[in-house]
Write a protein that binds this ligand. Structure first.
Ligand code: GKE
Length: 340
């Protein structure tokens, strides 16, 4: 892959897509096409030296247009969010199948060399995630299938579509299952935010308002592993350029309870809060962690940013965004030419 070859990133106005465009820029790739359905003003990161397109990729003709000339395609476009969103928008989450289907067809028609698809830990069988003791999920635990309603089934179906486009049509497809990615330049309010950003925001709100209490969804003993964004973009590139055919876990193996996540955010903020548990709120599975034996075997690497380190960077970024909004400024968006 030469630095003059065209790269297409879909979902580029979003968290991971924006970070990926920023990484490719910093690596000297000069022909990057960034696409998102959101209007430019809502993109988290946008760079003037990149071809930015605000287009709906549910439409086949738009996928054909943006795939033109792309040597590599990174398909991260999907209707997604944390539990608060996917639990209440199952049909919308499943409609993302249109994007991946049309993008695969367009990539094939265009002769694209490599196609990366962003799958999720939500493909895993729910029966294997009933215990709180953070069961480490191996890739084969996706079958027999009982994925997360809506979002998980779309991801599992689209993984298989990628496989069959490779087997039947010879398109080189690579798939990673993300385990709860967090970091700066991600969603932190509005309903689509995941736990790390939500907890940071709530701790900041408590600190700034002086109301020293926090609402936590569920019992707080749910377990998850959270992967820092830089590990995610590194992993995407390693997996895309690899010869690994099957979907691979891309996640941290550092499991914590949600209570421990709140402990860390409090420690960063230098505050202790009264905890109110909302047992009626969206909880997802009881326990989940990423088994990284396979990625270690293939790549001799696994996501390794300690949560405490990544969470501090995330908390500081959200604090700045929060205070900017308190001052009546729109969320600070990184403008053209900003270096990473
Ligand atoms: N979002 C959120 N906001 N979650 C909270 C909050 C809060 O204020 N307080 C506690 N939690 C708890 C949730 O109830 C859940 O048990 C846990 O944190 C993680 O919630 P999450 O980050 O929203 O999402 P999940 O890990 O359950 O599921 C997500 O997994 C990703 C893949 O790892 C999915 O929503 C997708 O974002 C994706 O598939």
């Amino acid at each position: 892959m030469g630095t003059n070859d065209k790269i297409l990133v879909t979902g580029a106005g979003g968290f991971i897509g924006g970070a990926l465009v920023s990484v490719f820029r910093s690596k000297g790739y000069r022909d990057i096409r960034a696409v998102d359905v959101k209007p430019f003003g809502e993109w988290y990161q946008r760079f003037d030296d990149v071809e930015n397109l605000s287009l709906d990729l549910n439409l086949k003709e738009n996928c054909e247009r943006v795939a033109k000339g792309a040597v590599e395609i990174y398909n991260l476009a999907a209707n997604m969010g944390g539990m608060g969103f996917i639990e209440h928008n199952k049909a919308l989450c499943m409609l993302s199948v249109l994007i991946n289907t049309h993008m695969l067809q367009a990539a094939l028609a265009n002769g694209t060399k490599r196609f990366f698809y962003s799958s999720s830990a939500c493909v895993y069988n729910g029966d294997k995630q009933k215990t709180f003791e953070a069961p480490s999920l191996k890739e084969e635990d996706a079958y027999p299938a009982m994925a997360e309603d809506g979002y998980g089934w779309e991801k599992l179906f689209s993984e298989r579509m990628c496989r069959h486009f490779r087997e039947d049509f010879g398109l080189t497809t690579r798939v990673a299952r993300f385990h709860n990615v967090y970091g700066p330049w991600g969603t932190w309010f509005g309903g689509r935010e995941k736990a790390p950003a939500a907890i940071c925001r709530k701790v900041i709100e408590a600190k700034v308002s002086g109301k020293h209490q926090i609402e936590i969804w569920g019992s707080g003993v749910q377990t998850r592993s959270f992967m820092f964004i830089d590990d995610c973009t590194d992993g995407i590139q390693k997996i895309t350029s690899s010869e690994i055919l099957e979907p691979l876990n891309l996640g941290s193996s550092e499991a914590v309870t949600i209570n421990q996540l709140v402990d860390m955010a409090e420690e960063i903020a230098g505050i202790k809060l009264k905890r109110n548990y909302d047992l009626t709120a969206p909880k997802g599975v009881n326990g989940r962690n990423s088994d990284n034996a396979l990625i270690q075997k293939y790549l001799h690497w696994e996501p390794n940013t300690p949560l405490r380190v990544g969470l501090e960077k995330t908390y500081r970024w959200i604090y700045d965004q929060y205070m900017a909004r308190e001052r009546g400024e729109a969320g600070v968006v990184r403008e053209a030419g900003a270096t990473r």
